[in-house]
Structure formats: C-alpha cells, structure tokens
Design a protein around this ligand. Structure first.
Ligand code: TNX
Length: 541
C-alpha cells in the first residue's frame, strides 16, 4: 500500500483514508514555515488544490495537513500520522519535518510529482497510518561532476529536487577538473573565460578513437551559485563544493600557465584538456600557487556556508614534481622525504587555512598518502581501505567505494549497455552495499559520517545520460543511506524491487530518464543481439 522508498523505520497501517479537498488547509507551525511553503507549492502545482493557510493548528479543518516540531525527536527524525483529524507531520527539526513532507508526497501517489494536474476532479487520498522514521547516516550524499560535462544550472536544481525526493542531504559539487573550470572567481576571471571551454571532447572512454569535434563548456556565475546553495538549503541539502588540487588542474593551468610546473614543461602550450584519464599536468608547489588558491577559496567560502570544503587531492601524478627543480627545492627546504610528503604538505596547507576559518577539509583518500592533515576527513573511493585506515586514525570518513557506488559504471553486462565503462554495478549490487565495513570496531565506525554515490560524467554527455546512470540505482543507494537495512546478504532485494514498481511511476511523473527495469532493453529486442557474449570490460581510465 505504501511502497515507500527509502523504507521508513516503521509503518502501522490504519483503516480508511484521508482525503485532501478544496477545503483542506495547510498549517505550518513555528519553525516549519519553510517546509510548509515548499509543500504547499509542490502540492498546489500537482493537485490544483488551494491548500489555504490554516491559522490555528486545528484549522487544518479535520482533512488538512499540519506541520510542527517535536523536540523529543532527533533533528532529521519525523512522525507522520494520517487519521480522521488530518495529516500531522512532526519533525525533530525543520529537516525532519521536510523529510516527513517528502513521505506525504509519496503517499499521495505518483501524480503528486507532476507540475500540473492531469484532471481537475480526481480524489487525493492518504491512507490512515502512523509512520516513525529517521535516517541511519547524517551524510547521505550525491556527487555530480559538472566539469567533464557541464550541467546547466536548471539541471543542477533538478538534481537537488531529485535528491530531496530520495531524502539525500549532501550535494558534493565537483566544480573543477582538467576538462573544465565551472565556477566564476571574480579575482581570477580567466579561470572561466579560458578554463570553462574546451575545443573538442573524446567520445566514450579514454581508449576510444573517436572525438566530438565541437566546443563544450559553460560555468556558473556567483549569483547562480548563491541560487543553487539557497535552493538546496530550502530542501535541507548542504552543498559541499570541490576545488580539486593539486592534480586534476589542467583547466586552471591553461588559464594561468604560471600555476603549472613551468620549469618542466611549457605550460603556455596547454589548453583545457579534451580527453580522459589521469593527467600529468599538476600544480606547482609554489607560494604563488598557494596565494592564488587561497584567493579562490576565499570566494568559495563566501558562497558556500558548508562546514566541509572538498579540496580533491586525488590522482596527482608526481612525475613533474620529480623533475622540477622548484619542487625539489621546496622538498629540501621543508625537510620532506619525497613527493608524497610534498602532496601532504600542499593539502596540509589548506587544512590549516580552512581550519583557521572555521571550516573542515575533506579530500579523496589519496590525501592519506604521506600523512593525513589533522582534522581532515576522507572520501574513501578506492574501496574501503582508505576509509578504514582513516577511521582507525580518528578521521571522519564518507564511504563512496567505486566498487559499489560509482554510478558512471555500467549497470548490466552486455554489449548494448550504452555506457562504455567496463565494470558492472547492478541495482542489486548497490542495494547490497554496506557503508560500514565489518573490520571497524563500533568506536571506529562512529567516524563513518555516511555514504555517497558519485556521478562522474566523462561518458554522460547530457541530462538523459546522467538520469540513465543515476536511476534506478540512486533509489537503492538512498535506501542504503537512510534505512537501517540488515547485513547485505539478508537484505530483501525482491521486496525492494516490488516497491520500485511504484517508485518507477513517481520517476515517470518527475520525468526521469531511468534505465528501464528488468528484461531486454528496447534496443536489445533485435534478433541475434540478446545473449551475445560480453567481450570483457573495456578499459576504464
Ligand atoms: C576516478 S574518483 C576519479 C575521477 C574519474 C572516475 C571515473 C576520483 C577521486 N577520481 O576523476 O572521473 O575515477 O570513474
């Protein structure tokens, strides 16, 4: 009946149903006004009902919706009661009330996700029931890479809505990479003037012989960013910006050649990168680079109020530093053992810098190599190992191992799956992903802040492709992040799939171009294609 995703902690069904009508009112108590505004807006659009303001708590009229806070609940917890008195949603904090409002939308049926009513006289009903609910993890993240392929602002706002519908609450915004710089920085205008466009793009994976010979690019102005951050906040989503250093920086070096290792290569000859893989052109460890990026981060901190700021730190080849007299001089001067320690020093600089400004640094698990900066947190992407080591050393961790939650990896074997990355991560693989590895003691496991699914976009050139890769797996991921599921082998995947039948109707109403469920895909119904053996995973990077 309820078919909720992610599954709530408990549902007690009643008898009968509550109907929302033209007389129904919506009352938002103190602290829930923002949630009330959001709920009224989406439900008015979908239903055409006016849902007028209820002045008193009881003025919901017996068939209306009331929102209020209950200090006895955790900040993100909520209780939803639907009975003869109406729908009452109580949240521990505004976020809890918001997640409860999301559940109400699911209970109203798929058409509650549309932006205009299909018919004017339909019945909008909520079954009588009581739901008690709250999240397993405080960090339920999604990373979107807007550097490899640019997602225009509207698409970002749309993904924030999709996250909210799945009770995800951290948007990791991968804003810079070798292939593009996507955030306006006022004091360094060439970052976007030059760094936000590339001349052409490799089609498919790195080894592909094909190119799309068209410029690709775009960026967000600072006002766009403010709007994105505010829109996310209305949905109780924190935006964590990522400025990737010292690797993945060719777009910045193309804009400002002095940022690169000028004593090793002619950095003025570099352009925004047009292919994929790990790039040798990394930042020079000079004072000039540090000052430049402090300037970048100053503007970033003004735009993003999040506690955490992501500095990347991944995939930084050390070859140029090995050959650079300047880098070697820095190693000597600082008394460092090697280039790995130079990377730690670089990250450590920004850790100190961010900490002094009341923020916390987070980086990919490579920041562990050569010593991890104190207070820093780790996004564990190369499996669990980095996360385990970090948690044992007392650092906070977000678990996002590529073996389970890299949504750019294909979701089925078969030569016709449209995305060329070799590894297969099925819907069931994601559903059986466990963010807390059994090796951790309960004490260490407390450092696992939560988990995150990552959408790298080398092979996703537009919104339809991003949707296809993200869904339905993001729904499974949301349940892993929110619901207290049993150990992987005991999880009821068949039950999840049954609930997904209802969830696909919601995704349809939202206009999500998900991968069609089960059975041969439409383009696989040609004779001779089905059952063809897989030729092994193509190279990834
Ligand atoms: C590794 S995950 C990367 C990304 C790629 C991704 C492709 C990480 C920190 N680095 O640059 O886009 O693999 O799956």
């Amino acid at each position: 009946m309820t078919e909720l995703i992610p599954a709530p902690r408990s549902v007690v069904a009643g008898e009968g149903e509550l109907r929302l009508t033209a007389h129904s009112r919506l009352h938002a108590g103190t602290g829930t006004e923002g949630v009330g505004h959001w709920l009224r807006t989406v439900l008015r659009d979908a239903t055409g009902l006016p849902l007028r303001e209820g002045r008193e708590p009881d003025d919901a009229g017996g068939d209306g919706v009331r929102l209020r806070l209950d200090a006895g609940l955790g900040a993100e917890e909520y209780r939803l009661v639907s009975d003869r008195d109406g729908v009452l949603i109580e949240g521990g904090g505004p976020a809890g009330a918001f997640w409860g409002a999301q559940t109400l939308r699911q209970l109203l049926g798929p058409d509650a996700y549309r932006r205009a009513p299909l018919v004017s006289d339909r019945v909008w009903a909520v079954p009588h029931l009581t739901i008690e609910d709250g999240p397993r993890f405080p960090w339920r993240g999604l990373m979107l890479d807007v550097a490899r392929h640019f997602t225009p602002k509207e698409g970002v706002l749309r993904y924030l809505d999709l996250m909210a519908a799945h009770k995800l609450n951290v948007f990791h915004f991968h804003l810079t990479d070798d292939q593009g710089w996507r955030i306006e920085i006022e004091r360094h205008p060439r970052l976007t003037e030059i760094g936000s466009w590339r001349a052409r793009t490799k089609t498919g994976h790195r080894a592909s012989p094909l190119w799309e010979e068209k410029p690709h690019g775009g960026y967000y102005t600072q006002d766009d960013i403010r709007e994105i951050v505010a829109y996310a906040a209305e949905r109780h989503i924190t935006v964590v910006p990522e400025i990737d250093v010292p690797g993945h920086s060719q777009a910045a070096i193309a804009a400002y050649p002095e940022l690169g290792n000028t004593d090793v290569i002619d950095t003025t000859a570099l352009s925004v990168w047009d292919t994929w893989g790990i790039n040798p052109n990394v930042l020079a460890p000079t004072d000039n680079t540090l000052r430049f990026y402090e300037g970048v981060f100053e503007e970033v901190l003004e735009l993003f109020p999040s506690e955490f700021v992501h500095v990347g730190g991944d995939e930084c080849p050390k070859d140029q530093w090995r050959r650079s007299a300047t880098a070697q001089e820095r190693i000597r001067e600082l008394g460092l053992a090697d280039e790995d320690e130079l990377q730690s020093w670089f990250i450590g600089h920004f850790d100190t810098w961010l900490t002094a400004r009341g923020r916390r640094l987070i980086g990919w698990d490579e920041i562990l190599e050569g010593g991890l900066a104190e207070g820093a947190a780790v996004s564990s992407w190369r499996g669990y190992a980095g996360g385990i080591a970090a948690a044992r050393a007392g650092h906070d961790v977000v678990m996002c191992p590529e073996q389970q939650v890299y949504l750019d990896h294909r979701q089925a074997p078969g030569p016709d799956e449209p995305v060329p990355i070799g590894w297969v991560r099925t819907l069931e693989d994601v559903y059986r992903f466990e963010p807390v590895p059994p090796e951790l003691t309960p004490e260490e496991a407390r450092h696992v802040l939560g988990t995150q699914a990552n959408l790298w976009t080398e092979v996703m050139e537009d919104q339809a492709r991003v949707d296809y890769q993200a869904f339905p797996r993001l729904a499974a991921f949301a349940e892993v992040a929110w619901s207290a599921l049993p150990a992987p082998a005991e999880r009821d995947f068949a039950g999840f799939e049954r609930r997904m039948a209802a969830h696909y109707r919601r995704l349809d109403a939202l206009g999500v171009a998900y991968r069609p469920p089960a059975g041969p895909l439409p383009w696989q119904r040609r004779p001779g294609v089905l059952g063809r053996p897989i030729d092994g995973p193509p190279p990834n990077r």
